[in-house]
Design a protein around this ligand. Structure first.
Ligand code: PHE
Length: 438
């Protein structure tokens, strides 16, 4: 997905976007959250992913993601706090209502999970912006699980969590007065805090104000957005080990683009020696508010990834741990407390390669490979890397080799067990994609 760089890594486009064989048969059904849905040519949701939908980690008491959600909510006490919306949305909600172009890569079956052509798993919490505004809610936070097809390593998982926040004001003198008063209050709070902010201009040629907006109003709203989020960053990171111990909290603003906001920005925070990409945000486009039947208002929205923040705040080294049911993980946390995770011993890894010839004229997207491995191996797969890709000079056939790193977080894997799983990966590859294992 390419709309928020902070939440995704650079996607390697090793394979063509052609999508072979991973098709459910028309006329069949898939059960998702206890409902049956017809499948079609777009269906690519997998049993592993379906099994995650009921878990809703952000609402599990004592879970680090739930503590982080509550910490963010406590910073916006006058906002509506929503956290129980279904992950099933239409592509219209996820993309069209937010002005995504028809050819946006996020729409493709290689990047997103589809139940069928009319129903998908939300790829971001922004998918609910129009719904929430339509209900007349003007200040809100919404936390939810979101889904993106991705590669496999210690900081990427196809399910993660986001908190969306938004606030709209009346586009008239009284609304602008409210913004000004809020800005003065926030500025005063930040002035007294140990924080250094690297800013960018609110509006620039590359990051323009909207034609329907008075630039003075946009400036005020952008300022309110920045002040609100700077003070949230202070609330989350300020005073914690590694941030302010030796100096002030450093926050930097970067210009960005999102289809449904302008001007738009990203925020990074300097924490434990690194710039951490935290969130995307911007002044909401008029089209989005029009789609929500909201008149004479303007405002801002942001979307922030929870795992990334929780990993540094709680020192959680591997993103799979959030899904662990092991009491050595879960018993370490109490609701409302940010504590440092004590790693229990790391079990040995078991590395296995699989190389295969692709059938002629077919391609295999790396995300298809990774989904297949996850489906067979679950959370025992720690990392997947392509280590070889060549075309035979005589036969013109293409060969790929992947290295799979198997490691359980809870126990030592028995070699027989890993061999069995690995051979299932091979046979599934053969059945689904017609490859010839070498
Ligand atoms: N939904 C965006 C993402 O996940 C983040 C965002 C939210 C950006 C709201 C702008 C406004 O990438």
């Amino acid at each position: 997905m390419h709309f928020l760089r902070p939440l995704v890594r650079q996607r390697r486009t090793l394979f063509s976007r052609q999508y072979a064989n991973l098709r459910a048969d028309p006329g069949k059904y898939v059960t998702v959250l206890k409902e049956q849905y017809p499948t079609d040519q777009m269906t690519n949701i997998t049993p592993t992913i379906i099994s995650k939908l009921p878990l809703r980690l952000h609402t599990q008491p004592s879970h680090p993601l739930s503590t982080l959600r509550a910490l963010i909510e406590s910073h916006f006490p006058t906002y509506a706090h929503l956290s129980s919306l279904s992950p099933l949305v239409t592509p219209y909600q996820n993309f069209d209502l937010l002005s995504f172009p028809q050819d946006h890569p996020g729409r493709s079956v290689t990047d997103s999970y589809y139940v069928n052509k009319d129903l998908m798993l939300r790829t971001h919490t922004s998918a609910h912006e129009v719904d929430v505004f339509s209900k007349g809610t003007e200040k809100w936070l919404l936390t939810a699980d979101v889904y993106r097809r991705d590669e496999i390593d210690g900081s990427h998982y196809p399910v993660f969590h986001q908190t969306e926040g938004a606030r709209i004001f009346s586009a008239d003198a009284s609304g602008m007065k409210e913004v000004e008063e809020d800005n003065a209050r926030l500025l005063n709070h930040l002035k007294r805090s140990n924080i250094i902010i690297e800013d960018v201009p609110h509006i620039s040629a590359a990051n323009p104000c909207q034609p329907a907006h008075d630039p003075k109003h946009t400036e005020l709203i952008a300022m309110n957005l920045k002040l609100s989020l700077n003070s949230l960053m202070l609330h989350l990171f300020g005073g914690r080990v590694g941030a302010t111990e030796e100096g002030p909290l450093r926050v930097r603003w970067i210009e960005a683009t999102f289809p449904w906001t302008t001007p738009s920005y990203e925020v990074e925070v300097f924490f434990r020696g690194k710039w951490l990409e935290i969130l995307g945000c911007g002044v909401i486009k008029q089209a989005t508010l029009d789609n929500s039947n909201v008149q004479n208002k303007l405002g801002w929205a942001f979307g922030l990834g929870l795992e990334r923040i929780a990993m540094v705040l709680f020192s959680i080294p591997d993103i799979r741990l959030f899904w662990s049911l092991d009491s050595r993980f879960l018993s370490q946390f109490n609701q409302g407390e940010i504590t440092t995770f004590q790693s229990y011993s790391k079990y040995p890894a078991c590395v296995k390669d699989v190389s295969f010839w692709l059938p002629e004229n077919t391609s295999l997207h790396e995300n298809d490979f990774c989904d297949l491995v996850r489906d067979v191996a679950g959370d025992i797969v720690e990392d997947v890397k392509m280590i070889d890709d060549f075309i035979h000079p005589k036969t013109n056939k293409r060969s790929l080799c992947y290295r799979i790193n198997y490691r359980s977080m809870d126990r030592s894997l028995v070699n027989d067990e890993t061999n069995e799983i690995h051979s299932q990966v091979g046979s599934r590859l053969r059945d689904r994609f017609g490859v010839e294992i070498r």
